[in-house]
Unconditional design. Structure first.
Length: 299
């Protein structure tokens, strides 16, 4: 997969995730946030399981010991579970547009964590691109009028595990050379851990599951099973900081889906925010390519 193909795939993932905000909000009408998260991630794991088994059987070279892939995959699942649960709790009491904006706070955290934890400074364009992305999200959500409530605080907190997950998921998948196995294992870890928590601390019945069947099916099969698995594949070929910027376009698409399906209308400030974010995406992708061409240009 080329870098351009990986970036286009990440953009498609951002669109799917943005649409899932609406389904997640609908699912909260009949289920608790932790139980909803657990069921949809287990459904996603079941969808990817045949691909994981196929990948395991066709692997060449020495066998992959479970002591190597299981802890790494479960670790990714813990990060993903924390991010998903915090975000889901926040969506209960905030708008889809604000949730998209506040989740975008992981964008500047990815290059910061990359520099602090991995000693890998990103291309300089990531810094102004990340700042522009946040400013665009600020305009998009009308955050200048935002009063932070409990739901907003939960979504803000989710940015930390999301940033760490974006940073490490591509590295783990590339190191193990088993993206479907990694995806399935992390989804299963999220599902099992969150359902155990929900069983003890939330009302959780089969009637709730059937009542939320539509949102669960969409977020479990499409958002988790397809989009999160595609993320694992795409991030083997994309820089983590670049991926964070591209995935932040989820903010734009979340606002558009909120306007289309929930009547959350965009004003002039929101439209300007969309333009700023899209400009930031183009800047982060084009400047490194232009620099490479300039360096390779014969004297």
């Amino acid at each position: 997969m080329t870098r351009l193909q990986a970036n286009l795939l990440l953009t498609a993932i951002a669109i799917v995730w943005a649409s899932a905000f609406v389904a997640q909000a609908e699912g909260m009408k009949t289920m608790g946030p932790v139980a909803f998260t657990g069921v949809r991630f287990l459904l996603g794991a079941l969808l990817v399981l045949p691909l994981a088994v196929w990948e395991w059987r066709r692997r060449s070279g020495p066998p992959l010991p479970w002591r190597r892939w299981l802890p790494l995959s479960v670790g990714l699942g813990v990060l993903m579970g924390l991010g998903a649960v915090m975000q889901q709790i926040g969506i209960v009491s905030t708008t889809v547009t604000n949730a998209g904006f506040l989740t975008a706070l992981y964008v500047p955290l990815v290059p910061i964590f990359s520099m602090l934890l991995l000693r890998e400074p990103p291309h300089w364009s990531v810094w102004p691109g990340g700042a522009a992305c946040l400013f665009g999200a600020f305009l998009l959500s009308g955050a200048h009028d935002l009063v932070l409530h409990t739901g907003d605080a939960w979504v803000i907190a989710s940015a930390i595990p999301w940033a760490l997950h974006v940073l490490f998921v591509g590295r783990v998948a590339d190191r193990l050379n088993a993206p479907f196995l990694v995806a399935c294992a992390q989804f299963a870890a999220v599902g099992v851990l969150t359902l155990l928590w929900a069983t003890w601390f939330e009302p959780f019945t089969w009637h709730q599951v059937t009542a939320s069947a539509g949102p669960i099916a969409y977020t479990g099969l499409i958002s988790v099973g397809l989009a999160f698995t595609a993320q694992v594949v795409a991030q083997r070929y994309a820089q983590a900081a670049d991926a964070a910027i591209i995935l932040s376009s989820e903010t734009v698409f979340a606002a558009l889906f909120g306007a289309w399906l929930l009547g959350e209308r965009l004003n002039h400030s929101g439209l300007l925010g969309c333009a700023v974010i899209l400009s930031a995406l183009l800047m982060v992708q084009l400047l490194p390519l232009l620099h490479q061409r300039w360096v390779r240009r014969p004297a």
